[in-house]
Design a protein around this ligand. Structure first.
Ligand code: PMP
Length: 407
């Protein structure tokens, strides 16, 4: 197992400059990838290259730099589309998963009685929009925050306008049974939104195979820059989806004769008013290239072996409660959320101690999932989320730290 994990990890970690730094006099152990991932050299270079060599606006400039910037930008959209098996015209560039879900919430024009079914364990990005648009219908979850998927069928009624699920939970790491949910929703003619914030960089994705109607994801959790993400949907939806912001860059024709009369460009451009996050998008394209060069299947193999190593290691430590511990490895990614029973210490102070004493970066708190934590009766948790470049030695440092704090 160690060989599978470390073999993959060693070949890629040298490409990520952040990993060479020290923290509190110890080598940095970055285990906070579910929050955001560090950036490979090729992503940093792509951004810097745009600044140093090709700075210009896109889809506007008639000069060579404008053409270069536009080519890099359009290539990035193509690269991201290919990662999820989509056509570039169906990929709207937005600020991230949050904006993508809000885009759909707005686009569906939900009334107060229109219901949206989603697991109660969801990230606030896939919870709060349904409080504002439509009526939230949360799928019950167990005491560990795992959705009780068997209840979803009954919750879908004639009032349901959308089923919206996280592909991978940012707290338990559980992978949703997407095919099953799609089958149930489709039988009732209800579209499905997939929040792929946590899965885009962990699992091979193909929108056609998944059968979903919308996919939302962020670049920064997939080794790319922050400030950009995607909303994928089919051409038919994008053709009729109302515009939620308007301005420059999205107009095909505007005249001053017919008040209110303007002709927007086709999707996806009609949804991308204003100057986009050019350098971030170019970096996102480089990040996708980087992941595809490693191979999404190879990333998943590392993930499976890493899950086993991490969960077995944490399970051996007395005084540690791990959420969704019993889920089979095939149904989770390498992400462990746990509580360390240490007298007089909050989970935030556990995480702080891991950083200050061991150089380990993890998340602590509610991870934007208040309802899940309330259901689990926990005032906070610690989350360790490794990725393809992490080694077993780094997990050993985490385990040593948790063991020392728990004792
Ligand atoms: N959904 C999930 C499952 C997430 O983990 C996150 C980020 N933590 C989001 C949505 C929101 O992503 P962003 O902040 O990049 O918009």
């Amino acid at each position: 197992m160690k060989e599978t994990i470390d073999g993959h990890a060693r070949s890629v970690r040298s490409q990520i400059p952040l990993l060479t730094r020290e923290l509190c006099g110890r080598p940095l152990v970055f285990l906070d990838n579910a929050s955001t991932t560090p950036k490979p050299r090729s992503v940093i270079d792509a951004v810097v290259n745009y600044y140093e060599r090709s700075t210009a606006n896109v889809h506007r400039g008639v000069h060579s730099l404008g053409e270069e910037a536009t080519r890099l930008f359009d290539d990035a959209r193509r690269e991201v589309a290919a990662l999820i098996g989509a056509s570039p015209g169906e990929v709207v560039l937005v600020r991230g998963t949050t904006e993508a879900i809000n885009f759909v919430a707005n686009g569906l024009e939900l009334g107060p009685e229109d219901e949206v079914v989603f697991p109660a364990s969801e990230h606030h990005a896939n919870w709060i929009p349904w409080r504002v648009h439509g009526k939230p219908v949360p799928v019950p979850i167990d005491e560990d925050g795992v959705p009780r998927w068997e209840t979803i069928e009954k919750l879908i009624t004639s009032k349901t306008k959308l089923v919206s699920i996280g592909h991978v939970s940012n707290v338990t790491g559980a992978i949703a049974p997407v095919e099953e949910v799609v089958r149930i929703a489709k039988a009732r003619g209800v579209p499905v939104l997939l929040d792929a914030a946590q899965s885009l960089s962990h699992l091979p994705l193909d929108v056609a195979k998944l059968g979903v109607d919308f996919l939302a994801a962020s670049s920064h959790k997939a080794f790319g820059p922050s400030g950009v993400g995607i909303l994928w949907s089919r051409k038919e939806f994008l053709a009729k989806c109302p515009l939620y912001q308007v301005g420059g860059g999205m107009i095909s024709l505007n005249n001053d004769i017919d008040v209110g009369g303007f002709v927007p460009r086709d999707a996806p451009f009609k949804f991308e008013a204003g100057t986009p996050a050019i350098e971030a998008t170019i970096g996102f394209g480089a990040a996708v290239k980087w992941m595809r060069a490693i191979g999404m299947d190879a990333i998943r193999q590392h993930d499976l072996a890493m899950s086993k190593y991490l969960f077995e290691g944490l399970s051996d430590i007395p005084g540690v409660r791990i959420l969704a511990k019993k889920l089979p490895y095939e149904q989770r990614i390498a992400l462990a959320t746990f509580v360390v029973d240490a007298p007089a210490m909050t989970q935030e102070s556990v995480a702080r101690a891991l950083c200050d004493m061991f150089g380990v970066c993890v998340s602590a708190g509610f991870h934007c999932t208040h309802v899940l934590h309330a259901r689990a009766h926990l005032p906070g948790t610690v989350r360790a989320s490794p990725h393809v470049y992490n080694t077993t030695e780094e997990i050993d440092v985490l385990l040593e730290g948790v063991r020392e704090i728990a004792s």
